[in-house]
Design a binder for this molecule. Structure first.
Ligand SMILES: Nc1nc2c(c(=O)[nH]1)N[C@H]1C(S)=C(S)[C@@H](COP(=O)(O)OP(=O)(O)OC[C@H]3O[C@@H](n4cnc5c(=O)[nH]c(N)nc54)[C@H](O)[C@@H]3O)O[C@H]1N2
Ligand SMILES: Nc1nc2c(c(=O)[nH]1)N[C@H]1C(S)=C(S)[C@@H](COP(=O)(O)OP(=O)(O)OC[C@H]3O[C@@H](n4cnc5c(=O)[nH]c(N)nc54)[C@H](O)[C@@H]3O)O[C@H]1N2
Ligand SMILES: [Mo]
Length: 758
């Protein structure tokens, strides 16, 4: 562990810099990376190359010579590993034995090389042919009621595969299409649709060249979207104020040393946040209300002093709805309550708000720190409230900008992976493919889990991901999972979800995005949509790790053909032979967004799919942008009680979601272990805890279910009072399934009520 002067754990260097180079080198060693793996890296995020498999941050029109970051490089080297998880491996290790392995060790077995079937008699996965796998899965699906099955997607699969997967579900007869965004930015999709009439962010990359303030809530850029640090560093150098709200002092948000510039040699670094506020977990509604309170007070003052407004009155009158009710709420809320609920002092909130008052063009950015709360909806709506006051949506240099997670998570929703039928042009699909699509909404992540617990869901097919590990309520879910009839996983590397299997289970290995995908018409291109709504083509060039792999699209088509009656309008084989034909189908379904799709694949910087809210066209109930009056100031969904803590579950700098690359959370100074409980030293003292002491965390949901995780080493860390933190997914057994955002059902992983047992 690395210590600061006050005895708390931390990291003294800026993010980026030599530490990030060493981080990449370590992964290259563990994965046995060869020179070809490094050539692959040079093609990352370049026109004619492949799009990074890590985060969704946008790919600029003029890429840097190495347009990748420490974590993008780790993700690529991880995909390009020389390790192989072969049929021999499965012959040596039974499923029961592998269940006891750590997440890290499972994935370290390497790339899956062969389709495998679970053999109930021996308890081992055994090799099978693709034909056998597809035929058996098809036969199982035909015997099941379609609505008792779920087709999950993790946010990595291409637009082509995602479109085919969603179409397959609907041809088969259900809309049970949860995806990883149900655990992530579903809060955004619901809250932005309600408030600005569009489920996605409104800023584009160029806006970052024009803004003079950025308000930044609950997103850990240094770890989760490091290429975005270049954009932030440039904005900061231009004099843009970056005002951050985060319970942790995250290194990447404080300062950055660009590993691709002379800063490496000169030791220079760029300050990222100009102002940093350690808000309480769940304290953002209160903090933002406080900001708005000061803005209104300044408006009053200026009006009296020189007859001018701080607020954008023209915009408010012409474009918004609910302003007066919102103002009444803000004026009626006292500073004492705001200070208590946010954990921030009035003077600090006022000085932050003054930056907003003085700014001409502001962008509001956020991540999981806002979405993963019981009142996540109100968190996101509060950012919109703040921006609306000064007309900061739909104007150059402004906007609301959710930072998305997986590299194509936003795009999957765009092309039909949605359990909510109102988001899908079902009539057009009906006409295009000559069938009657199911009209009933399907299940989201939480509802799928409920169905598995009550036995109504009998089959679960996963297009990527590690669902069982990513969801809340690990223990009860793992138990219920094994009662399902059928589980199918399309994957690149082994993970825990593959080992918590149904009675009939298949493990189907696929190509990764950096790998060459040759079909009947030659090498194939796939596409994805980034966090700023730009669509990019991607071509893999690397030799696949095994001749027995298939592309994701080929696997989906293979299962679909074995399940469905033939339909001349859905030419599965022709689609697999030439992905351009799938893109033609996408264009036919979504003609506005995908006009001339095949001709625009390699537009520098991607092509923009458009967003009505950016044009100030509000597709909301009132036809205007909506203010939201929050009915609570505390986003956690529960009251404070003595001995109850707000647990934040975090990602380290050495993981991609459930993929644990290693045990070095360099940017937080936490080394060698993930079994930690971070806590403020003052609170440790009050609770009588000492550094390194092992404690058990117990869930405090009050629903009578026992949930606990033991063996956590107490670690001094600068956190606000009442908050503790530890790692995802190790702490997921503590999250009750019912603990989710009330509007979108996104699990509330950032404010889990817990007690500490010594
Ligand atoms: N290397 C790497 N990159 C990734 C991922 C990865 O695991 N590893 N995951 C990808 C995915 S799927 C996603 S969704 C994104 C996730 O990226 P982020 O949105 O950054 O998600 P988290 O890492 O969960 O961290 C959220 C931040 O919110 C802060 N926070 C917690 N509670 C609160 C609160 O109440 N208020 C405020 N203001 N802040 C709070 C935490 O301290 C933390 O800094 O990253 C993507 N990129
Ligand atoms: N407590 C807590 N829980 C959380 C979160 C949190 O912050 N806290 N975050 C939530 C969020 S934001 C998300 S997005 C989910 C993540 O949930 P998922 O998206 O389900 O999980 P991942 O860990 O990203 O999935 C990793 C697996 O994907 C497979 N894979 C990798 N590349 C490919 C590929 O190219 N194709 C295919 N088919 N498979 C591939 C590999 O087998 C790998 O093991 O977790 C959620 N859970
Ligand atoms: Mo995510």
């Amino acid at each position: 562990m690395k210590k600061a002067k006050d005895g708390t754990v931390g990291y003294s260097s800026p993010s980026g810099g030599w530490g990030s180079v060493r981080g990449m080198a370590r992964i290259a060693r563990t994965e046995g990376s060869d020179p070809a793996a490094f050539r692959t890296l040079a093609r990352q995020n370049k026109p004619g190359g492949f799009m990074c498999v890590s985060c969704a941050w946008t790919k600029p029109a003029h890429p840097h010579p190495f347009e990748f970051c420490e974590n993008g490089a780790k993700a690529t080297l991880w995909e390009a590993t020389r390790r192989r998880c072969t049929p021999d491996f499965f012959a040596r290790h039974s499923v029961a034995e592998l269940q006891r392995w750590s997440d890290h060790d499972l994935e370290e077995a390497g790339r899956l090389t062969h389709p495998m079937r679970f053999d109930e008699a021996s308890g081992h996965y055994v090799p099978c042919s693709w034909e056998e796998a597809c035929a058996a899965i098809g036969a199982e699906l035909r015997a099941l009621e379609p609505k008792s099955t779920v087709f999950y997607t993790s946010g990595r699969a291409s637009l082509e595969t995602s479109y085919a997967w969603a179409l397959f579900a609907r041809l088969y007869g259900h809309n049970n299409l949860p995806d990883s965004s149900n655990m992530c930015h579903e809060t955004t999709s619901v809250a932005l649709s309600k408030t600005i009439g569009s489920p996605i962010g409104t800023s584009v990359l160029d806006d970052f060249n024009h803004c003079d303030a950025i308000f930044f809530f609950g997103q850990n850029t240094g770890t989760n979207s490091p290429r975005f640090l270049h954009t932030l560093a440039e904005a900061s150098k231009r004099g843009c104020r970056i005002v951050t709200f985060n319970p942790l002092r995250e290194k990447g948000l404080l300062e950055f040393r660009n590993p691709q510039s002379t800063e490496m040699v000169t030791g220079g670094k760029t300050e990222i946040s100009s102002d940093y506020h350690q808000v309480k977990a769940g304290g953002d509604i209160a903090a933002i209300l406080g900001l708005c309170k000061h803005v209104l007070a300044e408006d009053d003052r200026r009006l009296a002093a020189d007859g001018k407004h701080v607020l954008d009155w023209d915009f408010l009158e012409q474009h918004t709805h609910g302003f007066r009710e919102f103002v009444a709420k803000v004026r009626g809320t006292g500073w004492e309550e705001i200070e208590r609920e946010s954990g921030l002092a009035r003077a600090d909130l006022e000085s932050a708000a003054q930056i907003y008052v003085d700014s001409e063009r502001t962008i509001g950015i956020y991540g999981m720190g806002l979405t993963q709360h019981v009142r996540g909806f109100e968190n996101v709506a509060s950012v919109v409230n703040l921006l609306l006051l000064k007309g900061n949506i739909g104007r150059q240099g402004t906007g609301v900008s959710p930072v998305r997670g997986h590299s194509n998570v936003q795009g999957q929703r765009t092309v039909g992976i949605a359990e909510k039928t109102k988001l899908v042009p079902l009539d057009r699909l009906a006409e295009q493919f000559g069938f009657d699509p199911p009209r009933e909404d399907g299940v989201n992540t939480v509802e799928a889990c409920e169905g598995i617990l009550d036995g109504s869901i009998k089959a679960f097919l996963s297009l990527g991901g590690n669902f069982v590990r990513a969801i809340p309520e690990t223990r009860r879910m793992e138990e219920a999972w094994q009662r399902m009839r059928l589980t199918v996983n399309i994957a690149t590397r082994l993970n825990r979800s593959h080992l918590i299997n149904g009675r009939v289970a298949y493990l189907l290995p696929c190509l990764g995005r950096s790998e060459e995908d040759i079909q009947a018409s030659g090498p194939q291109v796939v596409t994805m949509e980034d966090s700023l709504s730009c669509i990019h083509g991607s071509i893999g060039k690397r030799k696949p790790p095994s001749p027995d792999l298939r592309s994701e699209l080929a696997i989906v088509a293979g299962i679909a053909k074995a399940t469905l009656e033939p339909n001349p309008n859905v030419p599965w084989d022709a689609w697999v032979g030439d992905y351009a034909k799938v893109r033609d189908a996408i264009e036919a379904t979504y003609p506005d967004m995908f006009v001339d799709f095949n001709d625009r694949l390699f537009t520098p910087g991607g092509f923009y799919r458009g967003n009505s809210a950016r044009e100030r066209i509000w597709k909301t109930e009132s036809g205007k942008a909506e203010f939201t009056v929050p009915d609570v100031l505390n986003a956690t969904g529960y009251a404070d009680e003595s001995g109850r803590w707000r647990l934040i579950t975090l990602r380290s700098n050495d993981q991609f979601n459930t993929t644990i690359y290693g045990y070095s959370d360099r940017l937080r100074g936490i080394e060698g272990t993930r079994q930690v409980l971070l806590m403020n030293p003052e609170e440790m003292r009050r609770a009588g805890l000492s550094e390194g002491q092992r404690v058990t965390l117990v869930s405090d949901a009050g629903d009578g279910v026992a949930r606990e995780v033991d063996g956590l080493a107490v670690t001094p860390y600068r956190l606000p009072d009442g908050c503790v933190a530890g790692y995802y997914p190790e702490l997921n057994p503590l999250i009750p399934l019912a603990h989710h955002d009330h509007a979108s059902k996104t699990p509330a992983a950032k404010s889990v009520p817990v007690r500490i047992r010594i």
